[in-house]
Design a protein around this ligand. Structure first.
Ligand SMILES: [Zn+2]
Length: 159
């Protein structure tokens, strides 16, 4: 039986590399996985990968997350297509992940340094970054709290 591990870190690394402009074809060649498997990992986010897959993805991530696709032979058109698709899907860039927690399934990407709090939601707005899911939830909690306060004020006025 092949040893398996959580897919979270592999999915995040591949998505982050796509945001950085690395096309699926190049990631497939470097990791030794098929393009189909890479696409499956980034889009379907399966629960587990084999340990070999996780190691291959992590090794490529170490080499490429800080490198420029353009300087490594990826054409401008291909890099932009990868980046556009990844950004449209809302995937987090490598900068949003900490090497210590990227493999922790419970970790959330830090777009702002304060994601998951009202402050994070404000930072998204200030920097024009679309709200990430944890900040969307924080924003929603804030909206509900505001409505509850308004309702309380209203009922107090009528008392
Ligand atoms: Zn956020």
């Amino acid at each position: 039986m092949t040893a398996r591990t959580s897919a979270a870190g592999s999915v995040r690394r591949l998505q982050g590399l796509a945001v950085a402009g690395w096309p699926v074809g190049r990631l497939a060649r470097e990791t030794g996985l098929t393009a189909y498997r890479i696409t499956q990992l980034v889009t379907a986010s399966p629960k587990t990968v084999t340990v070999d897959e996780a190691r291959a993805v992590a090794a490529v991530y170490v080499r490429y997350s800080g490198a420029s696709p353009g300087l490594c032979g990826v054409s401008h058109v291909h890099a932009r297509a990868a980046r556009d698709r990844a950004t449209a899907a809302g995937w987090a860039p490598p900068a949003a992940w900490d090497d210590d927690t990227i493999d922790d399934p419970a970790a959330i990407p830090q777009w702002t340094g304060h994601c998951g709090t009202s402050r994070g939601a404000n930072l998204h707005a200030r920097h024009g970054i679309p709200l990430c899911p944890p900040c969307q939830a924080a924003d929603e909690r804030r909206r509900l709290a505001r409505e509850a306060r308004a309702l309380r004020a209203l009922s107090t006025n009528h008392a």
